[in-house]
Design a protein around this ligand. Structure first.
Ligand code: PGA
Length: 245
């Protein structure tokens, strides 16, 4: 696992976007795993800028997102589908036919999870997976637990995740869902390359556990240490609890 400490989110976004753009320019039908949340937003802005300058086309990529809230339809401003449309896909030439999401609006959760697993497999696997990290060490919505999940599953969100994200729902007078569907740790670990982005003091504990702690499902991100190609981009604040390296 490479840990790269940079000054701020802007520097991180330049580096992270360059990796993704290079990947897509090398293999135009790359399979990219996207994350939502505040962490990757600047990176997505850089990708949009590159697209606008004609430096990259996203027309041929296949996308998989990490997770979705249960009960929200795609047009809900707080759905992660909406987030991706608003923050990246709709501002580039991404082909929405090649956009894959777990659906939060289904009757049969097991069937939906099996469908998503099969889709990832059929795509040939994820070339680059982008990740944020929760203050509790979650990746996707793999919350701290007693075991690592392999494939997609439905999860009850922890209080710390609800505390971190309910502001987005309160802003529009909604209550945050308590359940989500998420890719499993196995799905994430099968990605060929992983980029994790963390900024701000609130992530410092989680980054310390990820980088210096043991591999344990109590800190789901800690398993990334066992992956052969992970780059962790941190700013000075999120790196502030790391010992000398
Ligand atoms: P954030 O969320 O990027 O909004 O901080 C990251 C996460 O919860 O995985």
């Amino acid at each position: 696992m490479r840990v790269i400490v940079l000054d701020d989110a802007i520097q991180i976004s330049n580096e992270a976007a360059e990796i993704i753009i290079k990947q897509v320019n090398k293999k135009r039908d790359s399979v990219i795993g996207f994350a939502t949340g505040a962490s990757p937003v600047e990176t997505y802005k850089r990708i949009i800028e590159s697209y606008e300058k004609g430096e990259v086309t996203l027309k041929h990529i296949t996308t998989f997102n990490l997770d979705e809230y249960v009960g929200l339809d795609r047009e809900n401003v707080n759905s992660y589908y909406y987030f991706m449309k608003d923050n990246l896909f709709g501002k580039t030439d991404v082909d929405f036919e090649k956009v894959n999401f777990l659906s939060g609006q289904i009757d049969n959760i097991d069937e939906e999870c099996a469908r998503y697993s099969a889709k990832i497999r059929e795509s040939g696997g994820i070339d680059i997976q982008i990740l944020g990290i929760g203050t509790n060490g979650h990746i996707g919505f793999n919350e701290p637990s007693d075991n690592f999940a392999d494939g997609p599953f439905a999860v009850k969100l922890t209080q710390s995740t609800i505390d971190a994200n309910s502001k987005y729902f309160e802003a529009v007078g909604d209550k945050m869902p308590e359940y989500a569907l998420t890719m499993g740790i196995g799905d994430i670990m099968r990605a060929k390359r992983i980029i994790l982005i963390a900024t701000g003091k609130s992530k410092a504990e989680a980054i310390k556990k990820l980088v210096e702690g043991e591999v344990t499902p109590a800190c789901p991100a800690s398993i990334l240490k066992l992956h052969a190609d992970v780059t962790v981009f941190v700013d000075k604040d999120s790196a502030s609890l790391l010992g000398d390296r």
